[in-house]
Design a protein around this ligand. Structure first.
Ligand SMILES: [Zn+2]
Length: 281
């Protein structure tokens, strides 16, 4: 009995010394990967450094108009205000514009700018409009924000209207892989293009809609559409329709100082929230 206890003690002390021998390598084998994981994690620190602000249309592409204003002018005014506001409130972020004056910029070039400067976000500003043939068109109001995705076209789809800008580009079929904005099937094929930034784009778009709604705007939601300007984005990208220029009430709001400031504040808040959520320190 005694010897068996003794041998147990021996065994325990043998196990203890084995543990002691193994302790350091064991400790190191556990800690080193953790340290290197932390180092790796640090190395992967992600910050939003560059935001491309895109004022929709411009030049001979004036697109929709209301009673007193044209979409291209309202989009430019709001885009410039947004850029200024980002620079003032997020000084570590560089703002790049696709246009700062009334000039025509092809859609592929807009996203091309964003890809070239390795932007972390692409935000395209537009005004919505109901077709002039539609009864009660002036009563339709609200904001909606698009991300690149799949859709079947209806007559009033934003994709149909926004992609029509392509027709003003001479070589659009070469620049958009044969994409034909007049052909709904073509739009659908185009929409299947891989969008690896879909979730992040939806996150930003949802935050924008939430901010609009908080100021009393009508929520038309976040939608996925086959938009040429977003399709080749190598970063989260959204197109926000800040209101209906075909509604005199919203047109007045969008051209006013008050309205533009409110819209810009909404967009800035959404960007700030998004930035906090996605950045890795
Ligand atoms: Zn537009």
């Amino acid at each position: 009995m005694f010897s068996s206890v003794k041998s147990k003690i021996k065994k325990i002390s043998a196990a203890g010394s084995l543990l002691k021998t193994l302790a350091l390598p064991l400790f190191l084998s556990l800690v080193i990967p953790l340290l290197s994981f932390n180092e790796k994690y640090k190395g992967n620190a992600f910050r939003i450094k560059t935001i491309v602000v895109d004022a929709g249309h411009g030049g001979h592409d004036g697109t929709t108009r209301g009673l007193i204003a044209r979409e291209k002018d309202v989009a430019l005014q709001v885009a410039l205000r947004l850029g200024k506001s980002i620079e003032e409130n997020l000084p570590d972020v560089r703002v790049v514009y696709t246009r700062t004056e009334d000039i025509f910029v092809p859609l592929y070039e807009r996203i091309g700018v964003a890809n070239r400067v390795k932007a972390d976000l692409f935000i395209s500003i537009h005004c919505n409009s109901m077709p002039s043939s539609m009864k009660n068109r002036s009563s339709v109001r609200g904001t909606e924000t698009f991300v690149s995705g799949f859709n079947r076209l209806g007559q009033q789809d934003a994709a149909l209207r926004e992609n029509a800008s392509l027709l003003l580009e001479n070589d659009y079929k070469d620049n958009y892989d044969g994409f034909d904005p007049n052909d709904p099937e073509s739009v659908i094929v185009f929409s299947f293009m891989k969008n690896q930034f879909r979730d992040q784009s939806i996150k930003l778009a949802s935050l924008m809609q939430t901010e609009y709604v908080a100021t009393g705007r009508i929520d038309r939601g976040v939608k996925e559409q086959g938009l040429a300007v977003l399709a080749k984005a190598g970063m989260p990208a959204v197109l926000t329709e800040i209101g209906f220029i075909s509604s005199p009430q919203e047109e007045e709001y969008m051209v006013s100082d008050y309205g533009q400031n409110e819209i810009v504040t909404c967009l800035l808040k959404a960007i700030q929230t998004y930035k906090k959520q996605v950045e890795i320190q």
